[in-house]
Design a protein around this ligand. Structure first.
Ligand SMILES: C[S@@+](CC[C@H](N)C(=O)[O-])C[C@H]1O[C@@H](n2cnc3c(N)ncnc32)[C@H](O)[C@@H]1O
Length: 545
């Protein structure tokens, strides 16, 4: 199958014509060829008096602007319009896909205005099902971006695609994603995205989208979809796997060296699946897991008891119904991955303990530890990020543990200089690459670089050294991350023990189920093996002198 090369050489153009890649409808009606249309669409020559050029960047906020300035276009699928505007915003503004999706109820109203300002027309508001569709589509396209772009570039000119106006790029991505990953019936996927391109941009943009999508759809139906070929030297294979499973090449290369091919694929498969969420029943308000499961059942949230933690439940289908039901506001539960709950098991908080959580915000582990104390003892929650620390403070009030949690906004190094508090237990849940949580953080894989990982390693070792000064003789120090990378985990432990003879490593056996205990005695969860986020924890004990 010949790929479509627009704006390329004459030979490439004639290949296109020979392959008759434009849709039948377009060629039969004698309209412009896809090549012409795309050139016009790219150059912006297709703007007419009746169409308006859409800003290349996100629409500026203009508070004085009245709603009636925007015509209502009910024929445009609202969730698709919301999705492309969100994607644009994520790409241009760097907003987190997952943060956006968990915004509160009123955020959708604000977003409706934002969509109108960006597209130049209003759509119908979204019902809860539409909201769920936007969340899932945006997260899905964010995850599958590299693969979707591979397809578009294979069926279109890669250079022209790179220069394409941002909104048109998002519309194309949406159409391709619907066709190849969502299984939307082709006529709906094509017609709806073409309509969106025409109304939001111009006729020519619609024709371009139509041509590319129809070609992909036709090849897909014939089982001839262009796919990355995993062949050649290790570099080429890594690149093809990166295209196929939509991950950065540097990640694929490091996982291939460590896990081998099939496990690397299993890990990438996990990262590409919709995330699983779990909730911790709030024992501080005497909420049992059984009663939490009943409440979830009343809200029609599919949930089941965790198989590894007695106070946790797993929920299916996202958190929107849980958020709408106000369960967190009412202090019934908090959102925490089971891997985070298992790290708390490694710390083993007991009533009466003085605990310092050195990198505490937004507070999943600090609040869990506080509940374990049963009102006896203290959790000193330290974090350098004031905003995130105030989230922790508010959550402590909702959960009824604010009498146990004491927050302090500080750099840990200066905190350790200022305090001679010797705690029973100290947790360093260090900032890390987050490579264990790529399923939940849809855009994280595209924002991380291997250089950043090295920077993280330096910061982690500084924080661990500072934290060590806060542990009393006989006390416990736990170092944890939500990474699966050895430099951030085993490597830190090795370096720490090398220069801190007063600490010895203690196995986590007995604190967590055996399946999470490594040969060296660390806690480690791997997403594709344990069906939860990837995390790591090592438990040290400070020897009595
Ligand atoms: C992985 S997060 C902690 C997550 C938290 N333990 C929880 O369970 O929700 C790492 C935290 O370290 C904090 N941090 C980074 N550098 C720090 C420093 N020098 N001193 C204190 N906190 C720091 C970040 O602000 C971030 O909130």
């Amino acid at each position: 199958m010949q790929s479509l090369k627009l704006g390329g050489t004459a030979a490439a153009v004639s290949d296109v014509q020979r392959a008759r890649l434009t849709s039948r409808k377009t060629t039969r009606s004698g309209e412009h060829s896809l090549v012409d249309i795309s050139r016009k669409a790219q150059s912006g020559l297709c703007f007419s008096a009746s169409t308006r050029p859409v800003s290349q960047t996100a629409a500026p906020s203009s508070p004085g602007r009245q709603q009636q300035h925007f015509p209502v276009r009910r024929e445009v699928s609202n969730y698709r319009a919301f999705s492309v505007v969100r994607l644009l915003r994520i790409e241009q503004g760097g907003a987190y896909a997952d943060v956006l999706s968990q915004d509160g109820e009123h955020a959708w109203d604000r977003e409706l205005d934002y969509v109108a300002r960006t597209l130049g027309f209003r759509t119908a508001a979204l019902d809860p099902q539409g909201q769920r569709q936007v969340t899932e589509i945006v997260a899905g396209i964010t995850r599958w971006k590299r693969y979707v772009d591979f397809l578009i570039k294979s069926y279109y000119d890669p250079h022209a695609y790179d220069r394409m106006e941002p909104l048109l790029r998002q519309i194309l991505r949406l159409g391709v994603y619907e066709l190849v990953k969502m299984g939307t019936p082709p006529h709906a996927a094509v017609n709806e995205t073409v309509k969106l391109a025409k109304v939001a941009l111009r006729q020519g943009a619609g024709a371009l989208v139509n041509g590319v999508l129809r070609t992909i759809s036709r090849d897909q139906a014939r089982g001839e979809l262009l796919e990355p070929k995993v062949e050649g030297d290790s570099r080429s294979q890594a690149r093809a796997l990166a295209d196929l499973y939509s991950h950065p090449v540097w990640m694929v290369r490091r996982w291939l060296c460590r896990f081998g091919r099939s496990e690397t694929i299993a890990l990438m498969d996990w990262n590409n699946k919709p995330p699983t969420y779990s909730l911790r029943a709030n024992s501080a308000r005497r909420v049992s897991r059984k009663s939490l499961l009943e409440t979830l059942n009343e809200l029609n949230v599919i949930s089941e008891p965790s198989s590894v933690l007695e106070d946790f439940v797993r929920v299916s289908g996202g958190l929107q119904a849980v958020i709408r039901g106000g369960l967190m506001q009412r202090g019934l539960c908090s959102v925490q991955d089971e891997s985070g709950g298992l790290v708390v098991k490694v710390i083993d908080p007991q009533p009466g303990d003085i605990i310092i959580d050195c990198c505490a915000a937004p507070g999943g582990k600090a609040l869990n530890m506080a509940a374990c104390l049963q009102k006896e003892g203290k959790v000193f929650a330290v974090d350098i990020n004031k905003g995130k620390l105030s989230l922790l403070q508010n959550a402590a009030i909702h959960l009824g543990v604010d009498d146990v949690v004491i927050t302090e906004c500080s750099d840990l190094c200066s905190y350790a200089d200022r305090h001679d508090l010797l705690a029973d237990k100290v947790l360093v849940d260090a900032p890390c690459s987050g490579l264990g949580v790529l399923s939940k953080r849809a855009d994280l894989r595209w924002r991380k670089t291997s250089t950043e990982l090295e920077d993280m390693v330096n910061l982690q070792s500084i924080l661990l050294r500072s934290a060590a000064r806060l542990v009393k003789p006989g006390g416990v120090l736990v170092y944890s991350t939500c990474s699966i990378e050895p430099e951030e985990n085993h490597g830190q432990v090795y370096n720490f023990l090398g220069c801190h003879r007063e600490f010895k490593l203690e196995s986590v056996e007995g604190y967590v189920p055996k399946t999470f205990v490594t040969r060296e005695g660390y806690f480690a969860s791997l997403p594709h093996l344990h069906n939860m986020d990837g995390a790591f924890a090592a438990r040290f004990v400070r020897m009595r002198v």
